[in-house]
Design a protein around this ligand. Structure first.
Ligand code: SF4
Ligand code: SF4
Length: 346
């Protein structure tokens, strides 16, 4: 693949040039944490982070998204007709996304972009976005991407991979979208992308933690579902939903109408399987009426149902956010180990 060297002296100029062609998002620090935000004129991405507190999934899949608007005013000709909200069609680019977060979009794509069903909101945003990854030279202690299908220099799902050095970035264009991004920035000084491989090996050796998933496929759903460890796993959970909101691969949502006077909006909002109302039926019945059932659902979905359905690994990229941010230290690596090593008498 073509390599490009970006001299840091040409960085600011390139970033400003990109803003005329893209809605450009990048990591910025606020209130002590890095998160992705729109880079307005004069704002540069801040790459002094290991990983952002939240994944950038909200850029493609907003936490709250208005899908339709309508009027209930019967004096208007178009009353009670759903009308799609015109979105911003300017291309987007996410600069500095970690490889695990880019790989996460591919896992979500299997659910939102299928031959039977296409979520047009998600697909439009995803296809209109260029993902410019920043390789991780100093992984967090809780990163386990190398055993979750990607890695600190992983290229899957990215259009460009950037590797930061002291005076420059080495860039590798992975797709045509990526080449066009580098061209818009005016970064074109050809370079050998060979050194990236050595840095990749070094970064991978810094990943100190892992999950073992090799036996998950051979277990049956009923045996894992009825395993005796779920009460203990769920004991300390407070069903706060943090793990699902920070997860780059969680996709659940709820659709609600909000009406004010005679104007209405139909909105899609993130939801979480950790909340009791998530499965509360209109009849009053709730199939997941205890926290043990909800915690089991989260792990069974990520580590068993997804794996069985798509035969392509677990629904986790190893970013470690749920481990770092769970207020009661529930650790997906431990739950995966319990599931992977569980033996029952047959
Ligand atoms: S973050 Fe921890 S406490 Fe909160 S819902 Fe998830 S597992 Fe439970
Ligand atoms: S999990 Fe891997 S790709 Fe993600 S931030 Fe950590 S080292 Fe980087």
């Amino acid at each position: 693949m073509k390599g490009v060297r970006i001299d840091k002296q040409k960085w600011t100029e390139g970033i400003e040039a990109l803003k005329s062609g893209y809605r450009l998002y990048g990591p910025v620090k606020a209130d002590g944490f890095h998160n992705f935000d729109l880079l307005e004129k004069g704002i540069l991405p801040d790459f002094n982070f290991q990983n952002t507190r939240l994944s950038p999934k909200a850029i493609i899949y907003p936490q709250t998204e208005v899908m339709f608007h309508y009027t209930l005013d019967e004096n208007k000709e178009d009353h009670h007709i759903l009308k799609e909200v015109a979105g911003n069609t300017m291309p987007m680019a996410i600069l500095g996304i970690r490889p695990c977060d880019a790989a996460a979009f591919l896992l979500v794509k299997r659910n939102f972009d299928t031959p039977e069903y296409r979520d047009i909101y998600w697909v439009r945003a995803y296809e209109g976005t260029t993902l410019v990854g920043l390789a991780c030279r100093q992984p967090c202690q809780t990163c386990f991407c190398t055993t979750a299908g990607c890695g600190p220099f992983g290229e899957e799902g990215l259009d460009v991979l950037l590797v930061e050095e002291t005076d420059a970035f080495l860039a590798k264009a992975i797709t045509a979208k990526g080449e066009s991004f580098l061209k818009t920035a005016g970064w074109g000084e050809a370079a050998d992308s060979g050194p990236i491989d050595a840095l990749k090996t070094e970064a991978e050796s810094r990943i100190r933690t892992a999950v073992q998933t090799d036996r998950l496929a051979e277990k049956t759903i009923p045996e894992l579902f009825d395993a005796p460890f779920w009460d203990e796993v769920a004991f300390s959970c407070i069903n706060c939903g943090t793990c699902t909101y920070v997860c780059p691969t969680c996709w659940c949502f709820d659709i609600q109408d909000e009406v004010s006077g005679k104007s209405g909006l139909r909105m899609r909002n993130w939801d979480s399987c950790m909340y009791p109302l998530f499965t509360f039926h209109g009849s009053g019945h709730n199939p997941r009426n205890t926290k043990t059932k909800r915690v089991r659902q989260r792990f069974m979905h990520k580590l068993k149902y997804y794996l069985d359905k798509y035969s392509s690994g677990i629904q986790c990229v190893g970013c470690g956010r749920c481990i770092r941010q769970c207020p009661v230290n529930i650790d997906i690596r431990r739950v995966c180990e319990l599931m992977n090593s569980y033996e029952t008498c047959r």
